[in-house]
Design a binder for this molecule. Structure first.
Ligand SMILES: Nc1nc2c(ncn2[C@@H]2O[C@H](COP(=O)(O)OP(=O)(O)OP(=O)(O)O)[C@@H](O)[C@H]2O)c(=O)[nH]1
Ligand SMILES: [Mg+2]
Length: 531
């Protein structure tokens, strides 16, 4: 900013009592002259910079401040969102003379940490003290950005870049939000997302329009631009209008926890039933959102990458979606009949059924494999299993049971999903015994156990006898393992190392053939009570 330009701007501002500004390009030519009011100036529509744009816009904003105020939040937001080269504010001094100047530029990503704003503010200085050659300065800064980017890209990671967004309400308690965000992050990585940041806002209650407040939404916008995010994942479920509003405000794809889980289900569903069920749940989830999104259809639809069974169908409109839902329901009904028949036959064969239930990732499939020497997919992923698998297991005395493994449970299991999986879960109704697998090393063991027990109640299975199995005791010391087993009144095993499996078989056998008489707790508990 040359002294002449500064003086022109401040004199004019003084005369009309408004902020006055210019946009200047790299060659020093003025491209826009802008007149604001006493408090702010509004940059004309330049079009928001493309997310992930590598370069600055090549324009700097030089404008006046009348009231001695610092660079405002608006100024800095403009800097970030429009990817301006620089934003400067010059004070209008006495008699319209130029006062001091403050300016801000964006910080290269490797110099910004997550707790700071992504800009650097310099000044105040006097206009006459500006020695810098702007051309050299901005070249150097852009260079820093390119280097930082190249370093970050050294890891060729083309996964979708996601920011996780959570809201902490007063009622959440301290650890609540952390636990939920940890789980959300696990869900996100299971879904194949690259989580680049987490943002949590504390609020006494959520904002009904956009969940998080307006200011936080703006911050989020700045950060997502800056970190080149593709996707926002909200920890809370968004209703259709919230989803639309946030997506419009941020110009980013926005999904919530339910949609994330749906996406994982879509990726993991293998059986025909499973795929039908997931597609049905996806459509039910999308239908009200299609309605809320008369235009701008694309950003809210299609899960993360538009993957899964519903993939090509996600663009279809209301009526076709409804038709499809009806059809899917019909198909599922046929399948249900077929399964009922099959199960009827099995029941007549008189082989008792033990159904494994538990929180996702507790080790249910691993345990089934260990007990029956089979090879159901077991991985360190949430919802690795969606389909029900049944295997026969033979006890030493040649008696047999059928053991079934099914989809895991999770806190706040989306209703539609629960409904959609009725078909899968109905297998549980034939069980003679539930084997509740609990991850003994889980820091949230009590809560997760409670979630599973609640789901079991909700499914109307509260009357079934339950045998609790504390899995993964290999991750604990023997003393710790004993404490956990006592506390939860269950058998300690390691499905991986096969530790304790014999005990478990014993308990299972006893439980199966003493069915209905209730007490399935392992011996040591009874011993303790007897004492
Ligand atoms: N250390 C240890 N890890 C185990 C044990 N059992 C299972 N795991 C691991 O826990 C992870 C989840 O195991 P799964 O058997 O897929 O769990 P699941 O309950 O079937 O999970 P979903 O089907 O995704 O709900 C895998 O990485 C297993 O290797 C165990 O006894 N000890
Ligand atoms: Mg499994």
């Amino acid at each position: 900013m040359s002294p002449e330009l500064a003086r022109n701007l401040t004199e004019l501002s003084e005369q009309i009592g408004r902020q006055v500004g210019v946009l200047v390009d790299r060659r020093g030519a003025v491209t826009h002259v802008i007149v604001g009011d006493a408090n702010r100036i509004t940059i004309p529509e330049l079009g928001r910079a493309r997310a992930g744009a590598r370069r600055f816009r090549g324009l700097r904003l030089l404008h006046t401040h009348l009231l001695g105020e610092k660079l405002s939040r608006d100024d800095l937001t403009d800097l970030s969102l429009l990817r301006l080269d620089l934003v400067a504010a010059i004070q209008v001094g006495e008699k319209g003379l130029p006062g001091t100047l403050e300016y801000a530029t964006l910080l290269p990503p490797d110099q910004a940490d997550n707790t700071r704003d992504p800009w650097r503010i310099e000044g105040p200085i006097r206009v006459h003290d500006i020695v810098e050659n702007f051309g050299l300065f901005i070249d150097a800064l852009e260079g820093e950005f390119t280097t930082a980017r190249a370093a970050a890209e050294g890891t060729t990671d083309d996964r979708t870049r996601a920011i996780l967004v959570g809201v902490q309400e007063a009622s959440d308690g301290l650890s609540g939000v952390d636990r939920r965000m940890d789980e959300l992050e696990r869900l996100a990585s299971t879904a194949g997302l690259h989580v680049i940041d987490r943002i949590v806002q504390k609020r006494t209650r959520v904002d009904p329009k956009t969940l998080i407040g307006k200011g936080k939404l703006e911050d989020l916008l700045v950060r997502s631009m800056y970190l080149e995010a593709d996707l926002l994942v909200f920890d809370r479920d968004l209703n259709p209008s919230q989803g639309r509003k946030i997506s419009e405000a941020t110009e980013l794809k926005v999904i919530d926890r339910t949609q994330l889980i749906l996406d994982i289900f879509a990726q993991h569903a293998l059986s025909q039933d499973g795929r039908l069920q997931v597609e049905l749940a996806q459509l039910k989830y999308l239908l009200p959102r299609l309605r809320a999104m008369q235009q701008g259809l694309s950003r809210l639809t299609g899960g993360i990458g538009g993957r899964g069974p519903g993939e090509t169908k996600l663009e279809i409109r209301d009526r076709r979606a409804r038709d499809r839902i009806t059809l899917l329901k019909k198909k599922l009904k046929v399948q249900t009949k077929r399964r009922e028949l099959r199960r009827g036959q099995r029941n007549r064969s008189g082989v008792p059924v033990a159904a494994i239930v538990g929180y996702t990732n507790a080790g249910k499939s691993t345990l089934l494999n260990a007990l029956t020497r089979s090879k159901v997919i077991a991985e360190d992923k949430l919802f690795a299993t969606l389909d029900t698998t049944s295997r026969r297991m033979r006890f030493p005395d040649a008696r047999e049971v059928v053991i079934t493994d099914t989809v895991g449970f999770i806190e706040h299991l989306p209703k539609d999903l629960m409904q959609a999986f009725e078909a899968t879960l109905e297998e549980l109704h034939d069980a003679d015994l539930l084997v509740h697998v609990i991850d003994a090393s889980d820091p949230y063991i009590d809560l997760h156990r409670g979630v599973v027990e609640q789901v079991v109640m909700d499914l109307g299975l509260g009357e079934l006898p339950v045998l609790r199995v504390l899995n993964k005791i290999d991750l604990l010391s023997p003393e710790e393992a004993e404490v956990v087993c006592r506390e939860h009144e269950g058998v300690g095993v390691s499905a991986l190392s096969r530790d304790g499996l014999e005990d478990l078989m014993h308990c299972l056998e006893e439980a199966m053939w003493r069915r209905g008489r209730g007490d399935l707790r392992p011996d040591f508990v009874r011993v303790r009570e007897g004492a």
